[in-house]
Design a protein around this ligand. Sequence first.
Ligand code: HEM
Ligand SMILES: *[C@@H]1O[C@H](CO)[C@@H](O)[C@H](O)[C@H]1NC(C)=O
Ligand SMILES: *[C@@H]1O[C@H](CO)[C@@H](O)[C@H](O)[C@H]1NC(C)=O
Length: 320
Amino acid sequence: MASSSFYSWFAFLYCLFLFTASMASAQLTANFYNRTCPTAMSIIRGGVSTAISRERRMGASLLRLHFHDCFVNGCDASVLLDDSATITGEKTAIPNANSIRGFEVVDTIKAQLESSCPGVVSCADLLTVAARDATVQLGGQTWNVVLGRRDSTTASLSAANSDLPSPFLDLPQLITEFANKGFSAAEMVALTGAHEIGQARCGVFKERIYNETNIDPSFALSMQRNCPRTGGDANLAPLDSTTPTVFDNAFFRNLVNQRGLLHTDQQIYSGGATNAQVDRYRLNSAAFFTDFANAMVKMGNLSPLTGTNGQIRTNCRRPN
Ligand code: HEM
Ligand SMILES: *[C@@H]1O[C@H](CO)[C@@H](O)[C@H](O)[C@H]1NC(C)=O
Ligand SMILES: *[C@@H]1O[C@H](CO)[C@@H](O)[C@H](O)[C@H]1NC(C)=O
């Protein structure tokens, strides 16, 4: 009896230990790869730098990949999965098709990580670090990333269609869509500041430059030059027409001048509750940078797979 209760007690403590250990491993940490892949951070930073030196827009594309990953069932690299016989990926979802890019850059960085530390660094963490490094390399402010995300073995085309915001939403719907992911209206405005960099296709801003009235007429006219009323839907224009490849706060100055390119961009400065925040960011880039950094950390924490959930994909395009 005594010995059996000793063993039950021991088993209980052991379970408690395992439980506590698994809780601990469920936390993302700053030094997650310090011992297992000390070169991880420099490999990713170098890969982003090489890509940006070839094409500055790639910084924007990498930042967006992290967003489109995290908003769809959490930051689990599901956005990187190719369609296959067993998987329907997210790449053909309406917000992604013919739009998200940077997969070759991710493949190159992942191959370097695999050759230094096979099977250690997840694709989800790669995207997290690359988004931060791209922002910094284009002139933005840095932030501390926490790591330890693992990769999904599945993707969700339907969640990619439903959970990524459409550029045709009005402010209340934008606020609701971000609230659904746990973000305040203020965090939504800060995150939209990602449109400091990168480009959009004519098809998504055509309605705005031909039919909307809260737009600067000379800006509309200049955008119409490369975006005809019919056709030309894939033609590109910068989201920040003032400093298209620099991560500064010009995006917010543009909004105050009614020079937002997307309908949704202009919505955050259209007389509603978010006007004051846009004015603050326009006058104070440090305030924007700080809020953006904090919101990006929060976005990177959206339901990650940790511990023994998911896997570390060898190739970001398919499960192992
Ligand atoms: C507020 C809701 C948002 C909407 C409706 C939206 C919509 C869009 C659209 C329509 C484009 C152009 C895509 C194309 O034409 O191919 C775009 C580009 C972009 N978006 Fe957003 N977006 C939003 C929020 C965000 C957030 C939160 C981030 C990142 C934190 C982000 C980062 C980017 C970047 C960097 C680009 C340029 C990508 C490139 O040039 O490759 N967006 N977005
Ligand atoms: C180790 O982790 C710390 C954060 O705790 C980080 O600042 C440092 O750069 C890491 N070192 C390496 C070699 O990754
Ligand atoms: C603008 O509005 C007109 C009239 O409602 C409509 O025919 C047209 O398709 C709309 N879009 C563009 C890009 O002109």
